[in-house]
Design a protein around this ligand. Structure first.
Ligand code: ADP
Ligand code: MG
Length: 682
């Protein structure tokens, strides 16, 4: 009898070569094979008649080949197979490119199903490179057909046949990892039915049932796994922080914290006083004041006699934090220093010595903070800014510098709380859902490329009033693709300087520049030595230039929603009314929808939700190397309801049976899924 860990080579038709190809997909065992889920489906159930096809419609027709197919050699690398097929209503001329073998395998007088995009109208139609199979075979047509992610050497048909065999071999031995009562309570189908119908759906309802069950299972296991990781953290004991009179800090601020900031501070202080290490994510929209939450925590930690570190992803951000926090905290008796890649060796040495001796309380820096040679007397708190720029490994490296220091991660990618729980793994989440008072929302508009002269005029007007402007382009030069209309930053900046703004100071910055050069340009802009900054998205991360009042985005269609929102967040940070101009000639409906969202709202949470809905969570995951198992089937963009159900079921189960003794199959599967993360996260 087969076992789920049996090698895929036991499948008929899978030899060494195919097994190697499958391994690229991460498919080595039967379990992995049958868990290779379709990316999407095509409903090829319905057969149409040739004359009834609408022009450009993609559809399946059953038609008989009227004359033997012919092959003609067009030029090296291009061979054309042509045939004519007919049904009772019309004629279909079919062409295939570079599929010469079809000439021999498609026979005159026999009926085939052709599935593709029909061109033309009336009783004569054309189809180029359709999917074709003999009538009655029903593997690629005649049903809802799965479309799998592929790799070279494994076609849809091959994969689908292998999975058929895999399912037949495993059907009876698949353990149901969902406890029966949970399955019933949530009306989820059995595991065998789910696997069968996710690959070979009988009909649309069966597919729905299967998908729902597997997505639920995934979210359920994920939730339990995360809860257990968190639990493991809780058993680590650290000396609880003592209460501190925070008024010293609050009175030193030039403003009152917003309610939301205050709540986040309180949540963090409670964590730090609990006796277990804090592991908290503070997320808030751009400009919501995350830095002050961090500063409060630093104050609290230092007043408890321990050291704190703040790590930023770039030198300029580190510098900015230092420039802002130093003057606030030093007078409160907190000894601060800055450590980055460009700190001289001598200074670095003396800072390290002071850190090790406990003569510094608070260090701000880049990843220089985690390099060897920097030791701390008693690192109690690690704050990382803009977390998606740091991997878990880097955070862990800094944390390893102390004995289970508290960690606070600040992120400007706001997402709904239920999703944060999944996306940010085992972190507790605080949300700053309120902006400081008096902020003027950035006025956003979308204009076509023909508006460039007006946009330049607008920039000039603002610069004349003493403001500064950002112009963001999608990519740096170096692409020799002549059809590519991406604006090369360098050339564009030069053109602007020479031809449009000869009397103003135009600077540029892009990702290919050395960090030092980049920082110098950013610093000059922050110091108002330049008026207009042309850049790629390197400015995306939190640089604060309150005097910048307009953000122009070229080829706005090339940016994702969250990215546009981050870019827009670079302006509107001061007292000046600010503007965001999205330039795009795109007619793509999805793009237009994105841009409309931008024009309509400045609420980062709404935007993140829309973004998730429009492009799916893949990219959210992509930004992070968290070492947690990925979601293969659940779609956080559409499964929000299911996520809540699964989370609730998971919590109920853990409350009843924290060690999962009643459901060993569940426990075992979670252990497998989280084997890797248990290592990385500890
Ligand atoms: P972000 O959340 O994007 O990191 P920052 O911490 O940089 O935001 O804060 C943005 C600006 O708002 C800063 O200039 C900061 O001094 C200011 N700020 C923060 N909190 C408040 C507040 N409660 N009232 C007024 N201004 C505030
Ligand atoms: Mg910030």
């Amino acid at each position: 009898m087969a076992d789920l860990n049996t090698d895929v080579q036991t499948i008929v038709g899978v030899g060494e070569k195919r097994a190697a190809a499958m391994e690229k997909l991460g498919v080595r065992t039967l379990r992995e094979l049958i868990s290779w889920f379709p990316r999407r489906y095509e409903d090829r159930t319905e057969l149409r008649r040739i004359a009834d096809l609408s022009p450009d419609e993609t559809a399946c027709v059953a038609a008989m080949i009227a004359a033997p197919p012919t092959a003609s050699f067009i030029r090296p690398g291009l061979t054309l197979v042509k045939l004519r097929a007919v049904d009772d209503t019309g004629v279909l001329d079919v062409t295939f490119f570079n599929q010469t073998w079809l000439k021999g395998s498609l026979r005159k007088g026999e009926t085939y199903i052709f599935c593709g995009r029909a061109e033309g109208d009336g009783p004569r139609r054309r189809m180029a490179s359709p999917i074709v199979e003999p009538e009655g075979r029903q593997e690629l047509t005649g049903r809802i057909v799965p479309v799998y992610p592929l790799t070279a050497g494994v076609s849809q048909l091959v994969l689908s046949r292998c999975i058929r065999q895999g399912l037949d071999a495993c059907a009876d031995i698949l353990p149901d990892v969902l406890p029966d009562e949970i399955r019933q309570e949530h009306q989820l189908c059995r595991i065998g039915y789910a696997y069968e119908n996710i690959h070979f759906p009988e009909n649309a309802e069966a597919l729905d049932l299967a998908r729902r069950r597997l997505a639920f299972e995934e979210l359920f296991l994920f939730t339990i796994g995360l809860r257990r990781l968190r639990k493991r953290r809780e058993v680590v004991e650290v000396p609880p922080c003592q209460a501190v009179d925070m008024d010293g800090f609050y009175n030193a601020l030039p403003f009152t914290l917003t309610k939301a900031q205050k709540r986040c501070v309180d949540e963090a202080l409670t964590d730090m006083s609990s006796g277990a290490p804090m592991n908290r994510l503070c997320q808030g929209d751009v400009g919501s004041g995350k830095t002050m939450v961090a500063a409060a925590c630093v104050y609290f930690c230092v007043k408890n006699g321990r050291q704190a570190a703040l790590m930023a992803p770039t030198e300029i951000l580190a510098q900015q934090h230092y420039d802002g926090l130093g003057p606030l905290l030093e007078p409160l008796g907190i000894r601060c220093a800055l450590l980055t890649g460009s700190t001289t060796a001598k200074t670095k040495k003396s800072i390290s010595a002071q850190l090790a001796a406990g003569e510094l309380d608070f260090i701000v820096g880049t990843h220089a903070l985690i390099t060897g040679g920097v030791d701390y007397a008693d690192l109690g708190l690690v704050v990382t800014d803009e977390q998606h720029r740091f991997g878990v490994a880097q955070r862990a490296a800094l944390a390893a510098k102390g004995r289970h220091p508290h960690t606070l991660v600040m992120s400007a990618t706001p997402i709904p709380r239920t999703l944060a729980l999944i996306l940010y793994g085992d972190l507790d989440v605080s949300i700053i859902d309120q902006l400081p008072p008096g902020r003027k929302p950035v006025e956003t508009s979308r204009v076509p490329g023909s508006y460039h002269p007006r946009v330049y005029g607008f920039i000039r007007k603002l610069v004349d009033q003493g403001r500064q402007a950002y112009i963001v382009c999608p990519q740096v030069s170096e692409n020799d693709d002549p059809g590519d209309d991406r604006k090369a930053v360098t050339e564009y900046a030069q053109t602007l300087q020479k031809e449009v703004f000869p009397d103003l100071k135009v600077a540029f910055v892009h990702g290919k520049m050395k960090p030092k050069e980049k920082d110098a340009v950013m610093r000059a802009f922050a110091g108002h030595e330049t008026d207009i900054l042309v850049s790629t998205t390197v400015i995306e991360v939190g640089v604060d230039v309150p005097n910048a009042a307009v953000m122009v985005v070229e080829n706005a269609e090339r940016f994702g929603l969250s990215q546009l929102h981050q870019l827009r967040g670079r302006v509107g940070r001061g007292e000046h009314q600010s503007y965001c101009v999205l330039i795009s000639d795109s007619r793509n409906e999805e793009t237009l929808q994105r841009l409309r969202v931008m024009v309509k709202t400045t609420d980062g949470f709404k935007i993140a939700e829309e973004d998730l809905r429009l492009r799916g969570p893949g990219d959210f995951f992509g930004e992070r190397q968290h070492g947690l198992p990925g979601l293969k089937i659940a779609d956080l963009g559409v499964d929000a309801q299911l996520l809540q159900e699964a989370q609730k079921a998971a919590e109920d189960l853990l409350a009843r049976d924290p060690d999962l003794t009643s459901c060993p199959a569940t426990a075992e599967r979670i252990a497998e899924l989280f084997a890797q993360s248990a290592e990385t996260l500890n």
